[in-house]
Write a protein that binds this ligand. Structure first.
Ligand SMILES: [Zn+2]
Ligand SMILES: [Zn+2]
Length: 411
């Protein structure tokens, strides 16, 4: 207690703080009292102690009543942390936010403040002197205070988890902007029919507008995993569009017989209340793919899904132009590291196991376990890949059928 008062005295002796910034140091206790009120209480207490002569604080920090004389002679002091944001600037941001939101259709919102790092550094200096942190960050207070005022005027709810829109209050450039919050759906899929890609293949000639080459469809395949999953969800949430992210991909002609994790990002959804069990059934009725584990997630799942490294098992049927002599030699690839060029970078993937399942004339069926996703087609033909099946056998593959049979994912 004594130490805390000493530290507070040290702060008030060296820096002028406004009521919000002073009260915020103790925002965790008595949350029903605003930071501004708490600041006034502390200021009055220290003013009294100062008058009695027990402590000594800066004149600017004394309560209004006592610093009248002082105010006549000196211009208004600036708060060390916020530079009087709460007193002088916050209402401009509130008005600007209200004006922007009046033009926007939404139900629930959220305020997100971006601060110049100098403010955060000055806040740190004060917290270091106080030694203990009983408060919250200035960011939290600005978010809450602007949110509260906007919510009162527009009669809209603040909702951290389910906001449709986020208002970015950027104090670095003194501007506000409105962002529609995407909705992210996580799930896993199996591909049980051949002949369509994972991502919608837009026609390269007309870029989706429709031309002779694509027969007016604008795309190269009638459907894709992206569309089979995305379309029902776009419809159910009345979103503008969707973006599909997955942990690796399989070929147009491949099956994926184990669950592959994905995230679908729905842009500008009108509603976030959806029955995912119903959607799951609708998608599975396609009989082309199956989905499971659908759930609403946060944005960070996109990165999790995209960067997960997990073991994959493949079954590969290769038809060669002619019979391969001594096919057993393919097994020497077990334990080897494969180097594949991908976007001008060399990716190294270890083959943990290579087995020969069947040899029939010039068709060889392999089972392969790799420590991570691998471009199997290139591994067979030798394109951008070394070592490869072609390198090893010297025979040209003319037909390749690849199925993903196991994905060791932790998601
Ligand atoms: Zn302040
Ligand atoms: Zn076209």
């Amino acid at each position: 207690m004594k130490k805390l008062l000493e530290n507070l005295e040290k702060i008030l002796k060296n820096y002028y703080l406004c009521n919000n910034c002073l009260g915020r140091l103790f925002s965790q206790s008595l949350p029903e009292i605003t930071n501004e009120e708490k600041g006034k209480i502390i200021r009055n207490f220290f003013t009294l102690m100062h008058e009695i002569g027990i402590v000594k604080i800066r004149e600017e920090n004394l309560s209004i009543a006592l610093k009248k004389n002082f105010e006549k002679t000196v211009s208004k002091p600036k708060c060390f942390i916020c530079e009087n944001f709460f007193e002088e600037k916050i209402n401009v941001f509130v008005e600007n936010t209200i004006e922007k939101l009046r033009k926007t259709k939404f139900e629930k919102f959220l305020i997100e403040t971006k601060l110049p790092k100098e403010i955060l550094e000055r806040e740190k200096i004060i917290l270091k002197i106080l030694e203990k942190n009983y408060g919250e960050s200035i960011k939290d207070e600005i978010n809450r205070e602007i949110g509260k005022k906007v919510s009162e005027v527009l009669k809209k709810e603040i909702d951290k988890k389910n906001a449709d829109i986020v208002v970015i209050v950027n104090l670095k450039i003194n501007k506000t902007s409105v962002q529609f919050k995407s909705l992210y759906i996580f799930g896993k899929y199996k591909k049980i029919e051949r002949g369509f890609p994972q991502l919608k293949a837009i026609c390269p000639y007309c870029r989706g507008k429709g031309c002779l080459y694509c027969r007016g469809k604008g795309k190269l395949y009638p459907t894709s995993i992206e569309e089979l999953i995305g379309n029902p969800l776009i419809k159910a949430t009345q979103s503008k569009k969707a973006k599909f992210y997955a942990s690796g991909e399989e070929d147009v002609n491949s099956l994926c017989l184990d669950w592959r994790p994905f995230v679908l990002e729905l842009t500008k959804p009108k509603t976030r209340e959806i029955n995912l069990e119903e959607i799951r059934r609708e998608i599975n009725e396609s009989k082309k793919i199956e989905v499971s584990d659908l759930k609403i997630v946060e944005k960070d799942f996109v990165k999790k899904v995209k960067t997960e490294r997990s073991r994959k098992e493949y079954r590969i049927e290769i038809e060669f132009e002619e019979k391969v002599q001594n096919p057993e030699k393919i097994k020497v690839l077990s334990g080897k590291i494969i180097e594949q060029k991908l976007n001008n970078k060399i990716k190294k993937i270890k083959l943990l196991r290579v087995e020969i399942e069947k040899v029939e004339e010039n068709i060889i069926t392999l089972k392969l376990l790799a420590e991570n996703e691998l471009n199997i087609k290139n591994f067979i033909t030798g394109k951008d890949t070394t070592p490869s099946i072609y390198q090893l056998t010297g025979k040209k593959p003319i037909n390749i059928l690849i199925d993903v049979i196991k994905i060791h994912s932790k998601l």
